[in-house]
Design a protein around this ligand. Structure first.
Ligand SMILES: *Cc1c(COP(=O)(O)O)cnc(C)c1O
Length: 341
């Protein structure tokens, strides 16, 4: 397979059109078989459910080349499962997870020439998504939907080295109790745009959202879950029904327990106890873990002493073990690394 002539090491995180995408339409109560197409454009009616009432959900995953030259993706079954849950919450038809995994693997295979080589740090980002495609003006679910999967090559996340992030405690809320914070829906992102633009203007990298009901507990950022390390080396991650269940975070908790022999707790985390943690990181597909050096709560600075200039020691071990598992240099648990053939 001849790779495309791309400067992998200097790619950013932006959309680059690749050759193929997968499309399946839902009509008259059933999904059609679906197929790969070269057409990157979507043509829908002006009154489509997605355009009027934001009926849309998505997933994010990556394909990459392992140390021994295989093209693989990470735990796609969990993305398929999560998309089923997102669909159910927005009254969209479920695209079955087995068909989801099949569509993802087919799309990656078709765009093999865009999967960055091992060692480049770059990956092929995979974006499955679904939206209401027929016209609805009265508020109700669409009757027709489109499911698509496209890919785009993205550059190394830690370009020019790891720089710990500075984040602020945000005055806006991300998700309501009993709302939609736990599903991967565009609507959760649309409402976060103002908060993130404002955070950047004020010089912060990210927003730390608190629980909307009491504003005393840590939830997550706009697109990544938190992971903390206590001073005695325990891994702690916030538990809440309005946090998006990150596959990276769930995998890291398992890595902490089973590979590193660390105690890992999923529990409520209070803003007041941040000062007691030694390390803080953000977990998601893109970075695996990005270290947080400092949280600013209305002028009060909370610094994670072992993570101000580089990754803290436990964060680093977690990062190296999970990326080793992903890249095939450390033995993976059954089913985590799925080869694209
Ligand atoms: C996608 C996402 C994450 C990270 O999930 P991964 O499965 O690890 O990529 C975290 N928080 C939010 C709000 C997200 O949308």
């Amino acid at each position: 397979m001849e790779k495309k002539n791309i400067d992998w090491a200097n790619l950013g995180f932006g959309y680059i059109r690749t050759d193929y995408r997968f499309v399946s339409n839902y009509k008259n109560g059933a999904w059609e078989e679906g197929a790969l197409t070269e057409n990157a454009d979507v043509v829908i009616n002006e009154c489509a459910g997605v355009l009027q009432y934001a009926q849309t959900i998505f997933e994010g995953m990556k394909a990459y080349t392992t140390a021994d030259g295989r093209i693989v993706t990470f735990r796609p079954d969990l993305n398929g499962e999560r998309m089923e849950q997102s669909a159910a919450r927005l009254e969209m038809p479920v695209f079955p997870k087995e068909k989801f995994v099949d569509a993802v693997l087919k799309t990656i295979k078709a765009n093999e020439a865009y999967v960055p080589p091992y060692g480049s740090g770059a990956t092929l980002y995979v974006r499955p998504f679904m939206f209401g495609s027929d016209s609805v003006i009265g508020v109700k679910p669409s009757e027709e939907y489109q499911f698509r999967v496209f890919t785009t090559p993205v550059g190394p996340y830690f370009k020019g080295g790891v720089k710990p992030l500075t984040i602020r405690v945000c005055d806006f809320d991300r998700a309501a109790p009993r709302g939609t914070g736990h599903i991967k829906a565009g609507l959760n992102y649309a409402m976060s745009l103002h908060a993130i633009v404002d955070a950047h203007k004020q010089g912060y990298d990210e927003n730390m959202y608190l629980d909307a009901a009491t504003r005393t507990k840590v939830e997550e950022t706009g697109g990544a879950n938190f992971l903390f390390v206590t001073k005695d080396g325990k891994v702690v991650t916030p538990k809440s029904d309005s946090i998006l269940p990150s596959i990276t975070r769930r995998s890291l908790v398992q890595v902490a327990r089973e590979y590193l022999g660390l105690e890992a707790q999923e529990r409520e985390v209070y803003l007041d106890e941040l000062k007691d943690f030694a390390e803080c990181g953000l977990c998601g597909t893109a970075a695996v873990i990005s270290p947080v050096g400092k949280v600013v709560d209305h002028g009060r600075e909370i610094c994670f002493s072992s993570g101000m200039t580089e990754m803290g020691p436990v964060t680093k071990k977690l990062y190296e073990t999970l990326t080793g598992i992903q890249m095939g240099t450390i033995k993976a648990p059954e089913g985590w690394v799925v080869e694209v053939k």
